[in-house]
Write a protein that binds this ligand. Structure first.
Ligand SMILES: NC(=O)c1ccc[n+]([C@@H]2O[C@H](COP(=O)([O-])OP(=O)(O)OC[C@H]3O[C@@H](n4cnc5c(N)ncnc54)[C@H](O)[C@@H]3O)[C@@H](O)[C@H]2O)c1
Length: 340
């Protein structure tokens, strides 16, 4: 039996508590050695529940010999700096999305990790949602013919966080933007992973939450190199539960993945197939799909270290998503389409 991969976790806020914690509780091939947050009470409470050490200063983890890897679950503006420090200290680094705010920084980190022989990637939970893998298998098997249009819609209720100017989420210098960077990180990764590169795009954004500095609605659309068209829409002013929806239209069929639909992944073969068929291996889990996929990403990253294998989420694809985010903001600013 191989020894568990020993993690230091930095950032024990909302998504750590809802999702990452599951992976450290399950401790399947990994363990948390040190957990760190600026908030001492959160660090101590979390450490106690895992039998780990607590810290309020991530720099204490840099030279810690009992840590092989770090899981960074931090506000966007510090992703690059903290990830770079850990890579320079010789630790494997898993970072929450978006990999960084700046595309050049993302490429720099990917190159630095490769140079040092370290594993580094973004914990893009999209890759671990079974419905997307089932959709990809069906597309690759030719079940919907040639893909003509890919549509994603991510919607969530961020009224409270965007409405609180003290929080990083609604501040440009904390988040680097709103829906385009925050939700778009998932959709642009999905486009690259499932359909390849983007050839051109144009983007529009708007804002309903006045006190926030960032957009809370956006649409980015364009054409893939494959010739398919795409549109990526995101909204943070939906009163419903967080949802991620994907439609893949092909010359011979349609796939719809929607986590609040039961069943969540359907395939329709041809224009008379009104009933459709549920894609195999996909279960309706409206309250847990997000969190289990995030925890699965941590376990997969630990396996890639233990087995000395490439990470399931290619680091280049994480960096590519940041590049598309940057170009989408360029299109919003200029009002012009961008050709890649
Ligand atoms: N994969 C997903 O679907 C998903 C969902 C939600 C959030 N996220 C990402 O996770 C990250 C964190 O988001 P969140 O919603 O949990 O934010 P959050 O604000 O709730 O938590 C961030 C935590 O980091 C701590 N922190 C900040 N600076 C620190 C430092 N220098 N040292 C130690 N701790 C520090 C804060 O005290 C806070 O507890 C972001 O990158 C976000 O985009 C991903």
């Amino acid at each position: 039996m191989t020894a568990p991969v020993r993690f230091g976790v930095v950032g024990l806020g909302e998504i750590y508590q809802l999702a990452h914690h599951l992976a450290y509780q399950r401790a399947d091939g990994l363990q948390a050695t040190v957990v760190c947050d600026l908030d001492q009470s959160v660090a101590e409470r979390t450490a106690q529940s895992l039998g780990a050490r607590a810290s309020t200063d991530y720099r204490e983890l840099l030279e810690d010999d009992e840590i092989d890897a770090v899981d960074l679950v931090l506000p966007h503006n510090v992703h690059y700096r903290v990830a770079r420090e850990f890579l320079e200290a010789g630790k494997h680094v898993l970072i929450e999305k978006p990999m960084t705010v700046d595309a050049a920084h993302a490429r720099e980190l990917v190159a630095l990790a490769a140079d040092r022989g370290l594993r580094f990637t973004v914990n893009e939970n999209t890759r671990f949602i079974p419905a997307y893998q089932a959709a990809l298998d069906a597309i690759n098997a030719g079940e919907i013919g040639d893909v003509t249009l890919v549509r994603t819609l991510i919607s969530g209720n961020e009224f409270e966080r965007l409405g609180n100017p003290k929080l990083w989420k609604g501040r440009q210098d904390g988040s680097g933007g709103g829906t385009i960077i925050d939700a778009g990180a998932h959709s642009f990764y999905l486009l690259k992973w499932m359909f390849g590169e983007v050839a051109s795009l144009r983007a529009l954004s708007d804002r309903l939450v006045d006190v926030s500095q960032v957009e809370d609605w956006s649409i980015v659309c364009g054409r893939m190199r494959s010739g398919a068209l795409f549109s990526v829409e995101s909204s943070f002013t939906s009163g419903g539960p967080w949802n991620e929806r994907l439609e893949v239209h092909g010359t011979e069929g349609l796939i719809v993945v929607d986590q609040h639909q039961n069943p969540p992944a359907m395939i329709f073969h041809g224009k008379r197939d009104h009933a459709g068929t549920s894609l195999p291996g996909t279960a309706y889990e409206p309250t847990t799909w997000k969190y289990t996929s995030i925890a699965a990403g941590i376990e997969s990253f630990a396996r890639s270290i233990a087995k000395d294998e490439p990470t399931a989420v290619a680091p280049d694809d994480g960096a590519y998503a940041v590049r598309i985010i940057e170009l989408a903001y360029e299109s919003v600013a200029t009002g012009r389409p961008v050709t890649l």
